[in-house]
Design a protein around this ligand. Structure first.
Ligand SMILES: NC(=O)C1=CN([C@@H]2O[C@H](COP(=O)(O)OP(=O)(O)OC[C@H]3O[C@@H](n4cnc5c(N)ncnc54)[C@H](OP(=O)(O)O)[C@@H]3O)[C@@H](O)[C@H]2O)C=CC1
Ligand SMILES: CC(C)(CO)C(=O)C(=O)O
Length: 323
């Protein structure tokens, strides 16, 4: 049995789900919470899942990083829009030889964390998970769950699969979380963006679920064209995604239960959108290599517009005491 202890920074749809699974498998997991702290401290976590519902009535819940024990593995599961909190959260939580595992969507999230804790402490992970938070401490897992783990090194240099990756993978497998390991984290991040960029973006701009985007011939064309642009973006970083990856992603989505993407859920709930991590960073990275991604850029500008509008409306509602 591993004696590695874990911290979950951001106990929401993703962090709450994987953290609960790790605790259920017997590992020590320390959960950092914000608005859900009181509820989770008193009543623990509830997970509904097609793989079996379960409740953890007692969890190690904290709302202050300084009160948490130092951990071997700190999992970053905040929305990227909240990453400005990481410089305060991470240093007191991490053991001297500890690892930060970044499970967020988007590109260039590891370099952000590396600036705080050092590149040698960072590992990334891409989560193929459909999960959302129903209420405080209550997570609904809809489908999938595989994590692709990859080592991070300065400038996303591919450094292969290390011993610590195997160690972390072992803990997750113990918790029945399917794990793949990537030799090249940057390639894996771009591959994930082949899905996230078209579906997350169009779901918000067009107010549509994945099945609706797939069923309509016009949106299907847009999805495919945006996927081709993501592949061009990856190529600008010398990462080659074969063209047959597009039909694979389309088939994956076709088989998926009708799904409101995570960005659409954020939009519907008036939360800030992960526009910069998922759109802005890939656009800028490609641009630095002299490659333009014009269709992705159109959706990016639209998303920024609707995001600002929503946040302004939300601020007004708060000022009026309406939310
Ligand atoms: N959900 C999914 O199925 C998938 C999500 N992802 C990615 O995973 C990441 C997390 O997404 P998701 O779990 O859906 O998001 P959620 O909004 O469900 O969870 C994030 C949690 O972080 C908490 N939080 C935010 N700021 C702080 C803080 N300063 N201190 C403590 N807790 C904080 C939030 O609490 P509060 O309520 O207080 O704001 C919330 O509970 C994103 O990058 C997303 O794109 C990737 C693949 C699938
Ligand atoms: C691709 C998917 C749906 C997980 O499979 C996802 O990553 C998301 O909603 O952000």
């Amino acid at each position: 049995m591993s004696n590695r202890n874990y911290a979950i920074v951001g106990t929401g749809a993703l962090g709450g789900f994987y953290g609960a699974r790790l605790q259920q498998a017997g590992l020590e997991v320390n959960f950092l919470l914000r608005s859900d702290y009181d509820q989770v401290r008193k009543h623990g976590l509830i997970v509904e899942s097609p793989e079996g519902d379960f409740t953890l009535p007692h969890v190690r819940a904290y709302h202050n990083t300084h009160k948490m024990p130092k951990c071997d593995v700190v999992i970053v599961a905040l929305k990227t829009t909240q990453n400005h909190f990481l410089p305060q959260i991470l240093p007191p939580l991490l053991k001297d030889n500890g690892t930060v595992l970044v499970l967020q969507n988007g590109l260039n999230v590891e370099p952000e964390v590396a600036k705080i804790v050092g590149a040698e402490r960072v590992v990334g992970g891409l989560c193929f998970l459909c999960s959302y938070k129903v209420g405080p401490g209550h997570i609904c897992h809809l489908d999938y769950g595989t994590i692709t783990l990859g080592e991070y090194a300065q400038d996303y240099k591919a450094i292969g699969i290390t011993d610590r990756l195997h160690q972390i993978a072992k803990d997750f497998k113990r918790a029945h979380i399917p794990i793949k390991m990537s030799e090249d984290l940057l390639l894996s991040r771009w591959k994930k963006l082949v899905w996230n960029i078209p579906y997350n973006g169009l779901s918000v701009v067009l107010d549509a679920r994945t099945d609706e985007l797939m069923a309509n011939p016009d949106t299907l064309i847009l999805v495919k064209e945006m996927m081709r642009e993501v592949i061009a973006g990856a190529k600008s970083c010398d990462r080659i995604i074969p063209d047959d990856f597009i039909p694979q992603m389309l088939e994956y989505t076709q088989k998926m239960k009708p799904y409101r993407t995570s960005m659409k859920i954020d939009y519907d709930e008036s939360r800030p959108l992960e526009v910069e991590a998922i759109f802005g960073n890939p656009i800028r990275v490609a641009q630095q290599a002299g490659i333009k991604l014009p269709q992705i850029e159109v959706v990016y500008r639209m998303l920024k517009f609707v995001d600002v509008q929503r946040q302004e409306a939300e601020k007004t509602r708060r000022l009026l005491g309406l939310s």
